[in-house]
Write a protein that binds this ligand. Structure first.
Ligand SMILES: NC(=O)c1ccc[n+]([C@@H]2O[C@H](COP(=O)([O-])OP(=O)(O)OC[C@H]3O[C@@H](n4cnc5c(N)ncnc54)[C@H](O)[C@@H]3O)[C@@H](O)[C@H]2O)c1
Length: 345
């Protein structure tokens, strides 16, 4: 079987992880990596012995390059993604697709025009907790969804690293928005959001954003995103939970403690999914990022559609944008969702 030639653009936290993953898969070959920071490329060349570039267009012109992972900062996805599409390369693009709907539309359109696979790295699709909740809903254990509450928090270390360059709604919120639209099987059509700014005021950014949501299927939801959890206050940096109530049952996820519990009248079914985010076992990265990368490789090889469709990733951007608009204007905002039939069905 021909190996899939992989390049990585952006060698920070996520890009360096994907570069290491690409050398770990026998059916992938890391062709090279690119970052505007020459020190980062040098470090990667020393570590992995591969060609490195400070201009990603040089990486895109390398022979045998089939696909790229793009892990540049959230607001800088558009240029490398469009360049990669125009060069005919398949793309695994870190979440969110973009931080404006204009950038998001432009990326989706370029990939469609070029006929390349575009997969956005909405990692909760590969987190077994969220997979169990999705299955409980699809298997009818919850019935018709009535309401849900989703929380995602991270520590001030993340806020201090990122505040000023991305908002909390796009950085953290995009994870939850993708997960709840996917699990509910229905797009969010209306948001009412508010925020508070105390600890992170020095970065001119919000500490916490709360939103009330209305889904197309009539369910309502509450979304909490915050990056002021004290550093070291929990075993994992990210705290994530979901409570989903329906006409027949309920599902609860608490990633740091209880795992997943499916409730039905007079029964409760606790599930402890196998779980790791980026654990290294015998020198091999395991867990959700490995599974995400394996799915992308499979889509590139087979031509199958990725589990996260470009229109779904665009939808998440539209919801996050509406949340920011609602915070700024203090009003309820409608979300103009893509007209794709059965968007999350
Ligand atoms: N899926 C997840 O769980 C997860 C977790 C963290 C971050 N992310 C996402 O991953 C993306 C990257 O985040 P990060 O924390 O790795 O960022 P980072 O700041 O650690 O790294 C970004 C890298 O991109 C480089 N870069 C910037 N502009 C470039 C350009 N034009 N060409 C080449 N390189 C360029 C920077 O020099 C830097 O090395 C973001 O979209 C973020 O939201 C996803």
């Amino acid at each position: 079987m021909k190996q899939v030639g992989i390049g990585v653009i952006g060698l920070g936290l996520m890009g360096s992880l994907f570069a290491q993953l690409a050398v770990q898969f026998p059916d992938a070959k890391l062709i090279g990596v690119a970052d505007i920071d020459a020190d980062r490329t040098l470090k990667m060349r020393e570590q992995l012995g591969i060609p490195t570039f400070t201009d990603y267009t040089e990486l895109l012109s390398q022979a045998d390059l089939d696909a790229v992972v793009i892990a540049t900062p959230d607001a800088f996805h558009r240029a490398p993604a469009i360049a990669a599409a125009q060069a005919g390369k398949h793309i695994l693009l870190e979440k969110p697709l973009a931080t404006t709907s204009a950038d998001a539309q432009a990326i989706v359109e370029s990939c469609q025009l070029a006929g390349v696979t575009l997969m956005v790295g909405h990692i909760l699709r590969f987190d077994p907790h969220y997979g169990e909740a999705y299955r409980a809903v699809r298997n009818g254990k919850v019935g018709e969804i009535v309401h849900l509450t989703a929380r995602r928090t991270t520590s001030t270390a993340d806020a201090e690293r990122l505040a000023g360059r991305v908002s909390i709604s796009f950085y953290l919120g995009s994870h939850s928005v993708d997960a709840i639209q996917w699990i509910a099987g229905s797009p969010i059509i209306e948001v009412t959001s508010t925020s508070v700014r105390k600890q992170m005021a020095r970065f001119n950014t919000d500490d916490t954003v709360m939103s009330l949501l209305r889904f197309e299927n009539g369910a309502i939801g509450m979304l909490e995103n915050s990056w002021i959890r004290p550093n070291g206050a929990a075993s994992r940096r990210i705290g994530s939970s979901l409570l989903l109530m329906g006409t027949k049952g309920a599902v609860q996820i608490e990633t740091n403690t209880a795992g997943v519990v499916v409730y039905q009248p007079n029964t409760s079914e606790p599930i402890t999914p196998p779980y790791s985010f980026d654990k290294t076992v015998f020198g091999q990265i395991s867990g959700v990022y490995r599974d995400e990368f394996a799915h992308f490789l499979d889509c590139v090889r087979t031509g199958n559609s990725p589990i996260v469709s470009p229109q779904q990733a665009l939808s998440t951007v539209l919801v996050c944008e509406a949340i920011e608009r609602s915070v700024a204007e203090g009003v309820k905002c409608a979300v103009e969702q893509p007209k794709t039939p059965g968007l999350f069905a």
